[in-house]
Design a protein around this ligand. Structure first.
Ligand SMILES: [Zn+2]
Length: 206
């Protein structure tokens, strides 16, 4: 669930051992698949982000700049979760996998983390304060789940919603890299901005 490697390696997908496909009993596969999809989502994100932001060598900059890495990581975790829930066609796929372990030492505890990874949570952008990488964009997950991942739209999500959401994420990251005043936004502001960018990207394409 966390970033798989200390240095970004675009050729590897690391699966946390609790979900290892060949190391567990028969109850695990339904929880393992969302995690594998999530880790694959990290790969998709990094390959495309590096290609999408050409002005800088993003991979190199992130590895040497913890502040920038901290800014980008919530977008990456959010996008990896989106890949997972869309491919599993289940808004709670990632959330349920976290509930299953009860092991993760996430800030605020595994229950909160599981809730924050659901795409139908109770979290709204206004007044949202959790700022760890996995939870920060929880209100954006909720917004996408409500407005763009209705069951009827799942089939269009892979070709349509995911690329537009990615475009919105890239535009947000670029804006925040370019403008120092956007460096220290609150979690509420980060969610509000991304939700607005996603709505704009998807409305323009309809
Ligand atoms: Zn992750």
């Amino acid at each position: 669930m966390a970033r798989p490697h200390t240095k970004r390696d675009e050729s590897l997908i690391a699966v946390p051992f609790q979900y290892a496909p060949f190391y567990v009993d028969s109850k695990h596969p339904i929880y393992t698949r969302p995690v594998i999809a999530h880790e694959y989502g990290h790969l998709v994100f990094n390959v495309n982000l590096n290609a999408g932001i050409k002005e800088i060598n993003l991979k190199q900059v992130r590895n040497s700049n913890p502040d920038l890495d901290k800014t980008i990581l919530p977008y990456e975790e959010f996008f990896a979760d989106l890949i997972s829930v869309v491919s599993l066609k289940d808004k709670n796929a990632v959330s349920n996998s976290i509930k299953f372990t009860r092991l993760f030492q996430f800030r605020n505890g595994w229950k909160f983390q599981a809730q924050s990874r659901a795409f139908d949570s109770r979290f709204r952008a206004k007044n949202f304060t959790a700022d760890d990488a996995h939870a920060l964009l929880s209100p954006t997950r909720q917004h996408i789940g409500k407005w763009y991942l209705n069951n009827i739209r799942y089939d269009s999500a892979l070709p349509h919603v995911i690329p537009k959401v990615f475009d919105a994420v890239v535009s947000e990251i670029q804006a925040r890299i370019a403008d120092p005043s956007l460096k220290n936004l609150t979690p509420a502001e980060i969610n509000q901005r991304l939700i607005a960018a996603i709505d704009l990207a998807l409305e323009q394409s309809n």
